[in-house]
Write a protein that binds this ligand. Sequence first.
Ligand code: BYC
Length: 333
Amino acid sequence: MYTQAMSVGPQDQAAKVRSAEDAQREEAFEARVAAGDFIEAKDWMPEHYRKTLVRQISQHAHSECVGMLPEGNWITRAPTLKRKAILLAKVQDEAGHGLYLYSAAETLGTSRDQMLDALHTGKAKYSSIFNYPTLSWADIGVIGWLVDGAAIMNQVPLCRCSYAPYARAMIRVCREESFHQRQGYESLLVMMREGTPEQKAMVQDAVNRWWWPSLMMFGPADKDSPNSEQSMRWGIKRISNDDLRQKFVDATIPQAEILGVTVPDADLKWNAERDSYDFGAIDWSEFWRVVNGDGPMNRERLGARVKAWEDGAWVREAALAHSRKQATKEQAA
Ligand code: BYC
């Protein structure tokens, strides 16, 4: 008895040849990546590699854009002209990072409209950290110090990501993030060294609120991270979530000591054997709640992005009408 599945017609033979070719390409791709080679947009890549990159890069781009909101909230209330100019420049940098990253994701064959639609309909994620409120001016310094500090720790290895357009974008992003981290730390140093007792208490309160969410930025523990293994094998991620988190704690605690603040972790202690700090358990239920849309500011943040998109509709329409008019003129000439 013959069934379709057993058919060996010309179509099936073509499929077999194609899949053999794909297997060969895949092998060559894996070998290139294992040798530390960079992949360019026009190179052949497995579909899963492409999808993983679109997911991570678009999510990264969304994070940069949503990340403008908590800080933008303080532009009109910055305490001096100098601080206002710095904050404005920083928020503009974040918009620039979003744009380079959307461009990097577009090289993988996805459109910006598709990516934005995924954000606006809640299908795409953005960093959990931006779903917390900025309650005082000290939050702006602490975001620079801790949030940008965590971002740099995570992003420096991405400058060696196997996908070259993403790696190239990350080089510039990291230079700018490094300035962001320093300006945040410097503003906190001024408050802690020259401030009133109330200002010092404000800094400590901000550290208390941002510490744990900053540790959560690195993502779930390695054992609970479904994407890590494959992403590490493909050289998309170079250092694991837990290793980056540990490096961040080790780099940050001495900075907290210089600043004169403490972090809200009773279990934090130096472990001479590991040459690292031991730290307390992260509340993963809070992390997943925030990632899944139920954090303190999720609704406001997404609402603000959707509103900005809707308010900008007339600009997009006008730009399209203008380009259509130009095209008609050029055709007529
Ligand atoms: N928040 O398998 P895992 C900035 C998701 S912006 C939300 O470990 P992966 C700045 C994860 O997506 C910097 N979701 O995933 C801007 C996955 O879900 P899906 C933002 C998170 O991808 C303005 C699931 O949990 N940085 O610096 O291997 C002002 C399982 O996780 C989070 C980047 O985007 C999270 N924190 O590793 C100031 C860096 N963590 O997608 C500053 C680029 C995990 O399967 N991204 N999830 O549905 C990465 O390096 C990686 O994507 C992550 C996660 C380390 C974040």
